[in-house]
Structures are given as C-alpha cells and as structure tokens.
Design a protein around this ligand. Structure first.
Ligand SMILES: [Mg+2]
Length: 273
C-alpha cells in the first residue's frame, strides 16, 4: 500500500514532553521531502494550533499552524457541517481559550459563560462545546449544566478521566464532563477526539483525501489505531510511546495496526518517493 498523506499523533509519536521522539525529526522530514502532506491530530483541546506548531518547530519538526488539528477544531468543524447554529442562537464554549478560538475560526457565533444571563439565558444556547481548561470552575460548569438541561446539543472534546501532571493524575476533561452529566442525568451527544469518528472525518476533510490514501501514525492502540481503523485509514503503531509489542499481541482485532515499527523512518517504504 502506498499512502499519499500522513495523519500523525503528537505525544509519544513526535515528542515526549520537551524532547523529540527517536526518529521523528528525520522521519517526518523525509515524508515531507517525498511530497506527503502531514496533518498533526491531537486530542489536547487546550493548546492553540499556533502554539503546537511553534513547539514542533522548536524541536526541529517543520510544522505550520494549519497542519495542526485539535479536538476543539474537530468539534467546531463538525458543528458547522452537521449542526449549524440557528439564527439568534449561540454555542457556549466551556474550557480553555482553544475552544473559543476553534469556534471563531469556523465563524460560529459564541456566547461566553459569563455572558449567557445578560444575553437572554440558556434558551440562546444551541450547543455546548466542553474541552479541558485549567481555569474552568463552578460558574462555567453551572452554565453548561443549565444549557444541557435545557436541551442544548452537548459536545465533549474528549472524555479522558485524568490528565497526567508532574504530581500525578489530575482531573481531565472527562471528570469535568462527568460533573455536568451527574447534574443533568445526560451524557454528551458527541465526543470529537480520537478514537471517535469526528476526529477522522474532519481530518480527512482537511486533507481532501479518501481514507485509504492516508496513514495514521500513533502510539496508542485504543485511540489512534482503533479509531483510524474504524474510519478506514491505514494504521501504523510506532514504539516510541505508550504501547509496545506485547500490547499488540494482546489486542483485539479492532485495535490491530497494519504496521508496527520502532520509529517513523521505518515506515519510509510505504509512501511514494
Ligand atoms: Mg499519543
């Protein structure tokens, strides 16, 4: 199989913390030299695409802002495509600045949590997009709860229970989503990040290619590989991150990658030179 574009996870594939993964700089640069478009797909909804691209360049990986797709951008792209906001209504962002930025980028009208009451109350909220943000507190969760209880379409960028920090596992977006779910008795209508379908739908739309032409490179079987497989993409597990050979052997068929390689340069035979 010859692939025509790469969809590339970040953490555990391109970098781990402040350092580049083995082979990532050379491997991605060789793919670019071969003319392959690269789209970086991350479930992290908090960092702005420009910040991510800057981080990649600092590590020596060529990257442009429009080559980064985060789960907030997936949420915004999906809403625009499938759930256009009716006139006079808005989307309520609950999370970090990345959530609002992604909605703005798609021209979707936004009402910030602190503005809902002044602008007419929860009836004006057509949808809620909830992504991780360190500054999210009770007031923001309360606005999300009022809107969700009033029937707003509820989108979560991811439902990871925890967020790894230097001091251990902290509450991730899934824990904040769980607070709203507990209060309303509802679950999100849509989750956009990997392994969920919207991440791959919007990524393929951005690349303008059919799934079989695109190779997903990831380090996790349960998100990158399972989601990409289900969406019809080629899949490659690199062993620079979370999962290893033993995990592949133990995995169910739905999580089996097409290729297992130690580092990205080992994939070079799979795209046209
Ligand atoms: Mg990863």
């Amino acid at each position: 199989m010859t692939y025509r574009a790469l969809l590339c996870d970040l953490d555990g594939v391109v970098y781990r913390g402040a350092t580049a993964c083995e082979g990532a700089v050379e491997g991605l640069s060789a793919a670019r030299a071969a003319g392959l478009p690269i789209l970086f797909l991350t479930n992290n909804a908090a960092r702005l695409p420009g910040e991510v691209a800057g981080h990649l360049r600092a590590l020596g990986v060529e990257a442009h802002t429009d080559e980064v797709l985060n789960s907030s951008q997936v949420a915004a792209g999906y809403l625009r495509r499938h759930h256009p906001v009716p006139a006079g209504r808005y989307v309520l962002p609950v999370g970090g600045p990345g959530v609002t930025a992604a909605l703005d980028e798609q021209g979707i009208p936004v009402v910030e949590p602190s503005e809902v009451l002044r602008r007419g109350g929860s009836e004006i909220v057509a949808a809620v997009v909830q992504g991780y943000g360190a500054a999210v507190g009770w007031a923001e969760l309360a606005e999300a709860t009022y809107a969700v209880a009033s029937g707003a379409y509820w989108v979560a960028t991811n439902t990871d229970a925890t967020l790894p920090t230097e001091r251990g596992q902290a509450p991730g977006n899934g824990s904040l989503v769980a607070a709203v779910a507990h209060a309303t008795g509802r679950q999100p209508d849509l989750v956009t990040g990997k392994p969920h379908a919207p991440a791959f739908e919007i990524a393929l739309q951005r690349l303008g290619l059919p799934p079989e032409d695109v190779l997903m490179i990831g380090d996790r079987l349960d998100t990158d590989i399972e989601g990409a497989r289900r969406a019809g993409l080629g899949t490659a597990l690199v062993l620079t991150g979370v999962h290893g050979h033993a995990d592949v052997e133990a995995a169910q068929r739905a999580q089996q990658p097409d290729h297992v390689v130690r580092t990205i340069p080992d994939l070079a035979g799979h795209w046209a030179a």
